[in-house]
Design a binder for this molecule. Structure first.
Ligand code: ADP
Length: 360
């Protein structure tokens, strides 16, 4: 039966190295949660603790409301009802597809095993492939066999560690769409670990961003993209322009002009960022329909990116001589020679503001 995963206050060390620092995470049935963060931030450690492959040192882990691990008391992996799939999901080459899927059920009665294998073959759309061997299947089909194998013992929860990284770019998108559709249809609470932020946004109903053993944001993909909790989270999900500014009487001077920030304290230092795709370019005499003034800018260079053009611009530096370099990304191919005059603007609600911590 699909169950909830609850991780409370989990910390972990390897020797003196802290790998997790007070992590809380809850995943409910019918939820696919993606955990993303740079290599070494603790994602695999958390999965191994949930599955029981690693011994819990601090905190608690419950599955379906039952505590499976506290320090000093831990259920072995086979009694946790956890299905797992890893990056190198290696199928047994000498076993058929049916043999691979039913491997974990080999001690069960034959009829029960056959029934379950048939049900899983249907679930992963491989009916008729039971007698095939892994090498006869495509990469995507093999991945679905691995998923079926992970689900053979009716797990209460599913943990997938970098499940798609071994697939080539072309295959990855379609396979992950298929796999995630299958998982969503079962309603099993699932955690997918990835180091690929785009993949996290695409498949996670919720995305948990980790850095150095901490959960730095746990949100929907839309909220993460539009309201990142820090510049670290913001830059994970796309190219940014970044500059520093100071609040003066409720206003912020930026290369895009002045913005009202009544809620921010006078004199506060702010890290300002904006996504390159949020910068709008207009003709030099352009009038911004959105209400915020456009700033005269000069094109330095452009690069054609296939579905968009990346434009590097010079804007006057606010409050001093000189200029600042800003990047924009506009859809399609937009030819603009170096030196061309344009106007640049950004909607006020697309500025990302991160107050800098006051120095002691
Ligand atoms: P991620 O999955 O995000 O790449 P990991 O959970 O694998 O991160 O690792 C977190 C940190 O713990 C890293 O610094 C890693 O080097 C360290 N680490 C992971 N496993 C071990 C281990 N078995 N022994 C010692 N250090 C480990």
């Amino acid at each position: 039966m699909p169950s909830t995963i609850e991780v409370s206050g989990v910390s972990h060390r390897y020797g003196r190295l802290p790998a997790l620092r007070g992590v809380d995470l809850r995943v409910d049935p019918h939820e696919v949660v993606c955990m993303v963060g740079p290599s070494g931030c603790g994602k695999s450690t958390l999965l191994r603790l949930i599955s029981g492959l690693e011994t819990l040192q601090d905190g608690a882990i419950a599955i379906g409301g039952a505590v499976v691990a506290t320090p000093g008391r831990s259920l072995p992996p086979e009694r946790r009802s956890v299905g797992m799939m890893f990056q190198d999901f290696a199928l047994f080459p000498h076993l058929t597809v049916a043999g691979n899927i039913g491997f974990g059920l080999r001690h069960r009665p034959r009829a029960e095993r056959d029934r379950k294998v048939a049900e899983l073959l249907e679930l992963v759309a491989l009916k008729g492939y039971g007698d095939s061997y892994p090498h006869m299947l495509s990469g995507g089909q093999q991945q679905r066999v691995a998923l079926a194998r992970a689900m053979a013992r009716d797990p209460a929860v599913l943990l997938l560690d970098e499940p798609f990284s071994a697939l080539d770019e072309q295959l990855r998108r379609s396979v992950r769409e298929e796999v995630v559709q299958i998982i969503k249809a079962t309603g099993i609470a699932t955690v997918v670990v990835t180091h690929d932020p785009d993949e996290a946004l695409e498949i996670g109903q919720r995305v948990v961003v980790m850095s150095e053993g901490l959960v730095v944001q746990d949100d929907t993909p839309l909220a993460l993209y539009h309201n990142p909790a820090s510049s670290f989270v913001a830059q994970l999900f796309g190219e940014l322009n970044r500059f520093e500014a100071q609040v003066t009487d409720g206003r912020l001077d930026t290369p895009f002009g002045r913005f009202d920030v009544p809620a921010l304290p006078h004199g506060g230092a702010i890290e300002v960022a904006c996504r390159v795709e949020d910068v709008t370019l207009l003709p030099p005499d352009g009038i911004n329909g959105g209400g915020h003034a456009a700033i005269p800018a000069t094109v330095r260079r452009t690069s054609f990116m296939g579905n968009s053009t990346r434009v590097c611009l010079s804007l006057p530096a606010p409050g001093r001589d000189g200029s600042v370099e800003i990047h924009a990304r506009v859809p399609g191919y937009v030819p603009m020679p170096p030196g061309a005059a344009v106007a640049a603007t950004i909607a006020p609600d697309r500025l990302l503001l991160f107050p800098k911590a006051a120095r002691a």
